[in-house]
Design a protein around this ligand. Structure first.
Ligand code: DND
Ligand code: ATP
Ligand code: MG
Length: 276
C-alpha cells in the first residue's frame, strides 16, 4: 500500500472488515448519545429508497425506540421525509424503505415546484437556462432545505448519509446532501453498509439495487458507478487497503484531492489544508 492510500484510509477511518452486530450497536449508541447531549427531540432524514438512507434511517429509528424505553415519559421521534422530484421512478422502493424503517412520522414534500422556481429565476437573471447538471445540485439543496425546515420546526437534527465510499470521491452536493448535523455511517464503505442492512433484515432489493444520485432529468436513475467511471467494489477494495487497478487508483486519488474542500470547513486565513 502506498502512502496516499494509507493516509486516505486513516482520514476516512475505514477498516478492512467490520462486525455487523458491533457496528450497528456502536452507531446506534452514537445516535442516542448525541441526541441526549444535544437536547433535540429527535432526528429527521430524507428516505430515497436507496441503500444509504435505508440504513441511516433504520439505525436512527432503532436508537429512538431504545431512548423512549430507557427514558419513560420521553417521546423522541424519527421523521422520515419522502422528497420526490415530481414522480419518482423508484417510488415503490422509497415506500418499501419507509415500511422497513417504521418511522415515528413520515412527511412527503414534492421538491419540483421549488426547483422549477429556482431554475426559472436563474434563467431570468442569467438569460440562459440552468444546466441539467446544475439543476441536479439544486434538487439536492432543495432536499436539504426541506429537511432543515421540518427539522427546525419539530426540534429534530438532520442526519446525513455520507459514508467513506462516498466521502472518498466527494460524490455528493456540497451543502446539498452533504449538509447535515451528524453522519452516523461515516467510516463504512458501500459493501459494509450492505452487510449491516442484511443483519438488520432489510428487504434485499433495497441494498442490492444499483446506487444512484438520480439528480439529472436527462439521465434519470443513472448509476453512480457509470457517472464515476469506477465501481463501488473498486472503491471498497481501495478503502480496505487492497491493491486495485493502477489507473483507477490514480483516478480515485485525484478525485479525493480535488474534492478536499467538500470535506473541510470553509477555508479561513489560518487554514493550510488547501495548500496541499
Ligand atoms: N477548491 C475549492 N475550494 C472551495 N470550494 C470549491 C472549490 N472547488 C469548487 N468549489 C465549490 O464547490 C462547488 C462544486 O461542488 P458541488 O456543488 O457539490 O458540485 P459538483 O461536485 O460539481 O457536483 C456534485 C456531484 O455529486 C453528485 N451527487 C450529488 C448529490 C448526490 C449524489 C449521490 O450519490 O446521491 C451524487 C452529482 O451527481 C455530481 O456529480 C463549486 O461550484 C464551488 O462553489
Ligand atoms: N428522492 C429522494 N427522496 C428523499 N431523499 C432523497 C432522495 N434522493 C436523495 N435523497 C437524500 O439524499 C441522500 C443522498 O443520496 P444517495 O443517493 O447518496 O443515497 P441513497 O439514495 O440513500 O443510497 P444509494 O447510494 O443506494 O442511492 C439520501 O441518502 C437521502 O437522504
Ligand atoms: Mg440514491
Amino acid at each position: 500500500m502506498n502512502e496516499t492510500q494509507l493516509s486516505i484510509i486513516e482520514d476516512l477511518h475505514t477498516q478492512p472488515a467490520v462486525d455487523s452486530i458491533e457496528e450497528i450497536q456502536t452507531r446506534k449508541q452514537f445516535l442516542k448519545d448525541y441526541l441526549l447531549k444535544s437536547k433535540a427531540k429527535g432526528y429527521i432524514l430524507g428516505i430515497s429508497g436507496g441503500q444509504d438512507s435505508t440504513l441511516a434511517g433504520k439505525l436512527a429509528q432503532l436508537a429512538i425506540n431504545e431512548l423512549n424505553i430507557e427514558h419513560p415519559g420521553a417521546s423522541y421521534e424519527f421523521h422520515a421525509v419522502r422528497l420526490p422530484h415530481g414522480e419518482q421512478k423508484d417510488e415503490a422502493d422509497a415506500r418499501d424503505a419507509v415500511q422497513f424503517i417504521e418511522p415515528t412520522r413520515t412527511h412527503t414534500v414534492n421538491i419540483k415546484p421549488a426547483v422549477d422556481a429556482s431554475a426559472k429565476t436563474f434563467e431570468t437573471v442569467v438569460g440562459e437556462p440552468l444546466s441539467d447538471f446544475l439543476k441536479g445540485n439544486t434538487k439536492a439543496r432543495e432536499r436539504m432545505k426541506a429537511q432543515y425546515d421540518l427539522g427546525a420546526h419539530f426540534g429534530c437534527l438532520v442526519i446525513g448519509t455520507d459514508h467513506s465510499a462516498e466521502a472518498v470521491t466527494g460524490f455528493y452536493t456540497k451543502f446539498g446532501d452533504g449538509a447535515c448535523d451528524l453522519t452516523p455511517l461515516f467510516g463504512l464503505n458501500k459493501r459494509q453498509g450492505k452487510q449491516l442492512l442484511k443483519e438488520l433484515g432489510a428487504p434485499e432489493h433495497l441494498y442490492k439495487k444499483a446506487p444512484t444520485a438520480d439528480l439529472e432529468d436527462d439521465q434519470p436513475g443513472i448509476p453512480d458507478e457509470q457517472a464515476l467511471g469506477m465501481t463501488y467494489d473498486q472503491i471498497d477494495d481501495y478503502l480496505e487497503g487492497k491493491k486495485i487497478d493502477t489507473q483507477i487508483a490514480a483516478k480515485l486519488e485525484e478525485r479525493y484531492k480535488i474534492t478536499e474542500h467538500k470535506r473541510q470547513l470553509p477555508a479561513n486565513i489560518y487554514d493550510t489544508w488547501w495548500k496541499n
